[in-house]
Design a protein around this ligand. Structure first.
Ligand code: GDP
Ligand code: GDP
Length: 434
């Protein structure tokens, strides 16, 4: 399970600047998708080889009405879901009463907290930081988020203090982990029941906290699966704590932990930004992706072709993912999801040889040469695999830094087609070897 770090603090102290500093260092798996807006508040980060989720709680406005109203349920939920809190304060402004109220809440929450004394640039460190020691809440780290100063030192300590990540060490198993994700009300619970209900399902109970999704182990056609149920359908009744049914953090963790993500959307509402955000997260996480447009039963037939066209237009950036038009309610087409899920998993795990990849590269280059750069042609010489799950193809040549995006896409499409890869991101990297 990816650890969750929440950024908390008054407005304008530098939370989103810090957020950008922290998430920038991740390996963005696919950075060049046009038309994809990303959720500002949740990001997956990778620092010092450690993956985690960062949440910028943003909303602690802390105006005169006091912290309780200011700390909207969103922010409180984010703190509850976090493993660790970075409490960001403004060293120049000094300790304010809102800071003290936030600190009070954090103390009550019992969350491990680091105080980040931001905007330390141009002020005397010792003098500026002194008042924050009073909070007696946790270690204090000076930063200048705008320049990234102090961020590495801070994050080294932060990541060191988190428990070891077991999922990284987990060896590969044959058990295919499927996460069903989507906005509230798109039909996740209904689909989870469908996916399980058709078969004799052997469900094992995994202990989990209310923050976690439910992991359901089962077999289908004698193949082992785990369904990661973010909707909490199968949550045991005796869990009395009220949890919000939809949680972005839960969704992100499920995505990170899955092999293949079934992203469910609502045909009667069309594709909305939140659907695209979720898609972006699945792509960034490098997971297999299957798209399902639910409630297809609720559409008039002329509306159906309109929706299909619209999807084709807007979802070009994920054209490698299968799209299914389903009715979870009636079970229509639900069985076909498994075909795509298994294919995405096979594609993600595929092992490719240098010979095979180099041959495909040579063919692609002979059909369509890379462009000239300053009168000199880019040469692409050979390709080998840089990893799988998701597959990475490393291409060696000269002037590779000048390979244009459209040519990279052409190569990606060619590799996909020839290797018959479906439903998995494919990452292409270039190395210049003159
Ligand atoms: P948020 O509201 O807490 O998310 O704060 P922002 O990240 O939006 O930052 C608010 C303002 O403070 C912006 O103008 C930032 O450029 C500025 N800022 C952020 N970090 C620093 C810093 O370390 N030093 C200085 N001088 N300005 C900063
Ligand atoms: P969740 O919040 O994503 O778990 O969504 P639910 O599974 O609770 O479904 C939300 C609502 O949509 C419920 O009223 C379901 O009965 C309804 N629903 C789910 N799937 C379908 C479907 O395929 N067709 C129609 N017409 N309604 C559906």
């Amino acid at each position: 399970m990816l650890p969750v770090i929440a950024l908390v603090g008054r407005p304008n102290v530098g939370k989103s600047t810090l957020f950008n500093q922290i998430t920038r260092s991740r390996d963005a798996l696919v950075a060049d998708f046009p038309g994809l807006t990303r959720d500002r508040k949740y990001g997956e980060a990778n620092m010092f080889g450690r993956r985690f989720i960062v949440v910028d709680t943003g909303g602690l406005s802390g105006d005169e009405r006091g912290i309780d109203t200011a700390m909207a349920s969103q922010s409180i939920a984010a703190i509850d879901e976090a493993d660790l809190v970075l409490f960001v304060v403004d060293s120049r402004a000094g300790l304010t009463s809102v800071d003290q109220q936030i600190a009070e809440h954090l103390r009550k929450s019992g969350k491990k907290t680091f105080i980040v004394a931001n905007k330390i640039d141009g002020v005397n460190h010792d003098v500026a930081m002194a008042p924050f020691y009073e909070l007696a809440l946790g270690d204090l780290y000076p930063t200048t988020a705008t320049h990234g100063r102090g961020v590495k030192t801070l994050m080294t300590e932060v990541l060191d203090s988190l428990p070891e990540d077991e999922s990284e060490q987990e060896e590969e198993s044959d058990r295919l982990k499927i996460a069903v994700v989507g906005r509230p009300n798109v039909g996740k619970s209904t689909l989870v029941n469908r996916l399980l209900g058709e078969d004799r399902v052997v469900v094992y109970d995994h202990p989990g906290t209310t923050r976690d999704s439910i992991y359901i182990d089962y077999e289908r056609d004698e193949k082992p699966f785990t369904l990661i149920d973010t909707a909490g359908v199968r949550r045991r009744k005796n869990v009395s704590l009220v949890v919000e049914k939809f949680s972005i953090v839960k969704t992100l963790q499920a995505i990170a932990d899955a092999n293949v993500v079934v992203l469910l959307m609502d045909a009667t509402e069309g594709i909305v930004d939140q659907d695209l955000h979720l898609m972006g997260q699945v792509i960034d996480a490098g997971r297999g992706l299957v798209l399902a447009l639910n409630k297809w039963d609720g559409l008039e037939s002329e509306h159906k072709s309109y929706v299909k066209n619209e999807l084709e237009r807007r979802l070009q950036f994920v054209d490698y993912a299968d799209m299914h038009f389903i009715s979870a309610l009636h079970g229509t087409n639900v069985g076909h999801l498994y075909e795509s899920i298994e294919q995405a998993y096979e594609s993600a795990k595929v092992k490719l040889s240098t010979n095979q990849l180099t041959r495909i590269l040579e063919d692609a280059v002979s059909v369509h040469q890379p462009p000239l750069i300053n009168g000199r042609r880019i040469k692409l010489r050979y390709a080998h695999t840089g990893g799988h799950n998701p597959p990475i193809i490393v291409i060696h040549g000269n002037q590779t830094e000048a390979v244009p995006a459209h040519y990279k896409r052409y190569l990606e499409k060619t590799f996909r087609r020839v290797l018959d890869l479906h439903g998995t991101p494919l990452r292409i990297e270039f190395k210049t070897t003159e």
